[in-house]
Design a protein around this ligand. Structure first.
Ligand code: V47
Length: 358
């Protein structure tokens, strides 16, 4: 196998195999790997890099799941646990709306008591008060939780959240599909095939969705590639995934591995995702987990998006992310422009709203 052969294959629109992916992932010259990924990104978007003005709204940190990797979760009644009232949620949205957000991103713990209707009410009330805001809400794991809690099928749960005003599901809850690693991470939620099934059902019903990978803990390169393989195959079938987001593990207060993945490992993951996931439009450098510096470099290793202003991120901050809880539009624009690229504000569906390079 030669890197030049793989490069030619990729440049002519060919799809790389798992063994080629492993070869690329381990290829010593990271710049050669990055160059192939950047070529793919530039073919799609030139120098454009997308971002969104958004609010991350986390209605509750109470969670029955007990994943070992998560520092955000609290037990019901535990000190520091919370669940926002409808009014508190609306106030946060109204405040952020004044600052120009176009998206509300909602991801929550799996609360043992809050009824499904509470979540539907929050979404419907946001939509009623701010009809122009796009609501990206509820991971596949939450969809499954609502389904168990309310004794409704996944389809029925998705129908109800559609009716309330959701059109886009976030990519969380996928973690890493490898059963070996899931055991080490203490994941008791729906397995990978169910996560994919829920996304595919959502796609068939008209939702768009994102996908994630939680990396930087116990996984081997082969397990990352396997995760990408499942996502690529799922996307071939339903085509509703919009963005892929590698989430770099933040050890926080967990007892798991304390050292973060290195910058080079992070960049390899971005480059490989861009090359392997030839049917995904967007690869997102989620600056909260990578840090701003690596996110900026990732834009030259295949990523075309930095998520957004975020306003107030809490999940990764509970796990010790040293980054700010949110950025101003100016800070995001500067981050992208300083990398020699063109900042483009987008909405959730990647419709361009403003090109800052113009
Ligand atoms: O599934 C939790 C991850 C996810 C940690 O769709 C952690 O645009 C790293 O859904 N270290 C939820 N990761 C977040 C999520 C998301 C985030 C950004 C963008 C989008 C999108 C979706 O957060 C969970 C889990 O994989 N997570 N704890 C941690 N300590």
């Amino acid at each position: 196998m030669k890197i030049e052969e793989i490069r030619e294959k990729v440049e002519s629109g060919g799809r790389i195999s798992e063994s080629e992916a492993l070869y690329l992932f381990n290829y010593p010259d990271i710049l050669a790997l990055g160059e192939i990924a950047r070529g793919v990104k530039e073919k799609k978007f030139g120098k454009k890099v997308f971002f969104n003005r958004n609010l991350h709204l986390n209605l509750t940190n109470v969670c029955i799941s007990n994943c070992r990797f998560c520092s955000y979760q609290k037990k019901l009644g535990e000190e520091g646990s919370y669940a926002l009232s409808l009014q508190e949620a609306l106030d946060l949205v109204s405040q952020a709306e004044k600052e120009g957000i176009t998206e509300v991103h909602i991801v929550n713990g799996l609360h043992p008591k809050l009824p499904f209707d509470y979540y539907l009410e929050v979404v419907a009330a946001i939509k009623e008060k701010h009809p122009h805001l796009i609501i990206k809400a509820f991971t596949a794991v939450e969809v499954d939780h609502f389904s168990r809690f309310s004794n409704l099928s996944h389809r029925k749960v998705l129908e109800k959240i559609w009716e309330a005003g959701v059109r886009f599901l976030p990519g969380g809850g996928a973690e890493i599909f490898s059963p070996r690693v899931r055991t080490l991470l203490g994941i008791n939620k729906i397995p990978g095939d169910k996560w994919i099934e829920i996304h595919q059902l959502a796609h068939q019903m008209g939702f768009k969705t994102n996908a994630t990978l939680l990396y930087g803990h116990f996984e081997k390169a082969e397990e990352i590639i396997e995760h990408l393989k499942f996502l690529r195959a799922a996307q071939d079938k339903t085509g509703g995934f919009v963005s892929f987001i590698p989430l770099k593990f933040q050890p926080g207060r967990t007892e798991l591995k304390k050292n973060l993945s290195t910058c080079v490992e992070d960049l390899r993951i971005f480059a490989l995702s861009r090359i392997f996931l030839d049917n995904f439009s967007h690869i997102k450098a989620y600056w909260v987990t990578t840090g701003l510096k690596v996110a900026q470099m990732a834009l030259h290793f295949g990523a075309d998006d930095v998520d957004g202003t975020i306003k107030k991120e809490v999940i990764m901050h509970a796990a010790g992310s040293p980054e700010k809880e949110g950025l101003t539009v100016e800070e995001v624009v500067t981050l992208i422009a300083e990398a020699g690229l063109e900042p483009v504000e987008r909405n959730t569906f990647y419709q361009p709203l403003k090109n800052y390079a113009a």
